[in-house]
Design a protein around this ligand. Structure first.
Ligand code: ADP
Ligand code: MG
Length: 559
């Protein structure tokens, strides 16, 4: 039997592939620049072992030139170039990566800086271009070649005149349509911004001829536009630098440059991990609550880089909800550039990184609490609520991580205290961790229910936020001490003698109590003698798990 080959409509396939991988058109530039950077890397790696080759840093760069008149965008590099065969194989075959092959061949050497491996990035050029021309001269070859394609019906290759080794790619930028504009990809400011955004940390200079308004020579008042070649990218990312080289100001500048926030960060966390998974990260705990933080609009996430190239603005999978306030970035060479969101979620490396980061944030917060109480309290005022939501959410799965980070206002200390501090101060006869809920510290202070506990000399935690009691209910206990609301029926304090007195008083006043119960029949379940009151004649208490404060919140919730 004859075996037939599947035929695919190449244009449709190309469109489908590009549209499913890339969400934004602008990333075509990122892809082409990454390829250029890979091509330079390849010469660099070759030079490491080939004595006839030298690597003179100044000679290696990437250049982006826009020609508005001809709607042409040119990206050139002085990298390793492509032979005729390589043009055919690498650009003529979708999902063929010359870079992956190179990495495999050079496994033993330090080739892991090279970005490409999927063999699809190049085709993203067709998102913005009607045709793409690639002129390339490979290292060690005499002839250069020109590869040309309109994306649809294949490509042509012919010999070409080119002096220098390297590659030049010209995109014929599409005309604007009714719902898409392409002009922006010929605008200097826009190209600069895209390079800054995605390729700021490419190791080689990315140059552009930038127009600058300059004072005319010899003139005081006349200005003229001058074209000047500038390097757009900053090349060495701060996260690759040694921590000891960096000052607090460097981190603050980075925080502001990156628009993580307009405030000053409260704390930065710089992580360099070189283990089972390699990554660098710089994380920040902001000082102020972002204006939309406690709203539905807020999107958590860290910037994700693959080897210096931005692949995602807000990677949500890197942060648990309870640490959603953390800002910053992660860079890993173990991630692929053209990875899609769906694949990313399954990515083992990413999961490892997320776990790692989570641990690190926790331990950094703990040391902040230990070493700089004032700062921790400032942090807690802003984001403590989120930690409490974290305890409550996921059916309490995160309580181990979070319980030591919680703080509540203390009746004794008149300030925020941790549960650990509370428990370590507990007198031996105290069974429970007591708490009282109310609208404000002042109002809680005046609650009749607090009197008995306070009289015993026990500390009470004041809960003023809706989430407090719910979080505590989820915790259930801390260091084996259960939580107890001061308004619950059994406080675990009454002495036995008191118990007898209560019974007899209850009998003596049975008629009065019965009368009260009938009058209040739709409001209370029972009327009893209480031993916990000192200066107040009466108080309300609950005997179930749900306190009055919780009931208020629950009944205010929409069904
Ligand atoms: P990837 O970068 O994931 O390998 P691409 O589709 O971006 O896939 O590129 C395909 C291949 O084409 C690369 O692996 C590389 O071999 C080759 N290539 C692309 N651009 C260049 C360039 N500027 N210089 C040299 N080779 C290149
Ligand atoms: Mg690529």
């Amino acid at each position: 039997m004859e075996k037939m080959q599947f035929k695919a409509e190449s244009k449709r396939l190309l469109e489908m592939m590009i549209n499913s991988i890339y969400l934004q058109k602008e990333i075509f530039l990122r892809e082409l620049i990454s390829n250029a950077s890979d091509a330079i890397d390849k010469i660099y790696y070759k030079a490491l072992t080939d004595e006839t080759l030298s690597f003179d840093k100044d000679h290696y760069y990437i250049k982006v030139v826009a020609d508005k008149e001809n709607r042409a965008l040119k990206i050139s590099d002085t990298g390793i170039g492509m032979t005729k065969e390589e043009l055919e194989q690498n650009l003529g075959t979708i999902a063929k990566s010359g870079s992956l092959a190179f990495k495999k061949e050079n496994e033993s050497k330090d080739g892991h800086d090279i970005i490409g491996q999927f063999g699809v990035g190049f085709y993203s050029a067709f998102m913005v271009a009607d045709s793409v021309t690639v002129m390339s001269k490979a290292l060690g070859e005499d002839t250069a070649y020109k590869w040309e394609s309109e994306g649809t019906d294949g490509y042509t290759i012919e010999p070409y005149e080119k002096e220098e080794v390297g590659t030049e790619i010209i995109l014929k930028i599409k005309e604007n349509t009714e719902d898409e504009t392409y002009d922006e990809y010929l605008e200097e400011y826009r190209l600069k911004a895209i390079i800054k955004k995605y390729s700021d940390f490419i190791r080689y200079p990315i140059k552009m001829d930038v127009t600058e308004r300059k004072r005319k020579e010899g003139s005081e008042s006349e200005y003229e536009d001058v074209k000047e070649e500038q390097v757009i990218n900053s090349m060495v990312p701060i996260w690759r630098k040694n921590k000891s080289e960096l000052t607090a100001e460097d981190y603050e500048n980075f925080y502001n440059e990156k628009h993580y926030g307009f405030d000053k960060p409260l704390k930065h966390i710089h992580i360099n991990v070189d283990g089972a998974v390699r990554y660098n990260a710089i994380l920040f705990i902001p000082e102020n609550i972002p204006f939309d933080y406690y709203s539905k609009e807020f999107e958590k996430g860290l910037e994700l880089y693959s080897n210096g190239v931005l692949i995602m603005d807000k990677c949500a999978d890197l942060l648990p909800d309870y640490f959603s306030f953390v800002k910053g970035m992660v860079d890993s060479e173990d991630l692929s550039l053209n990875i899609s969101r769906e694949i990313l979620q399954q990515d083992k490396q990413l999961k490892l990184i997320a776990k790692n980061i989570n641990k690190k944030i926790k331990s950094e917060l703990q040391s902040l609490l230990k070493d700089d109480r004032q700062k921790y309290e400032a942090f807690y005022q802003s984001f403590g609520r989120q930690l409490k939501y974290g305890v409550y959410g996921d059916f309490g799965a995160n309580k181990e991580v979070l319980q030591d980070l919680l703080m509540f206002y203390s009746s004794k200390e008149k300030k925020l205290v941790t549960l650990d501090e509370y428990v370590s101060r507990m007198p031996e006869d105290q069974k429970y961790i007591y708490y009282a809920s109310g609208d404000s510290y002042e109002r809680i202070e005046k609650l009749p229910q607090t009197e008995m506990v306070a009289d015993k000399g026990y500390e009470i935690l004041y809960f003023t936020e809706d989430i407090d009691e719910f979080a505590i209910k989820m915790l259930m206990n801390y260091k084996e001490k259960e939580f107890k609301s001061v308004s619950s029926g059994d406080l675990g304090i009454e002495a036995e003698e008191d118990q007898k007195n209560t019974e007899s008083e209850e009998k003596e006043n049975k008629e009065l109590f019965d009368y009260m119960k009938t009058i209040l029949s739709d409001k209370v379940k029972d009327v009893r003698v209480s031993k916990r009151l000192r200066s107040h004649p009466v108080c309300l208490s609950t005997d179930g798990d749900v306190t009055i404060e919780m009931e208020k919140i629950l009944s205010a919730m929409p069904d």
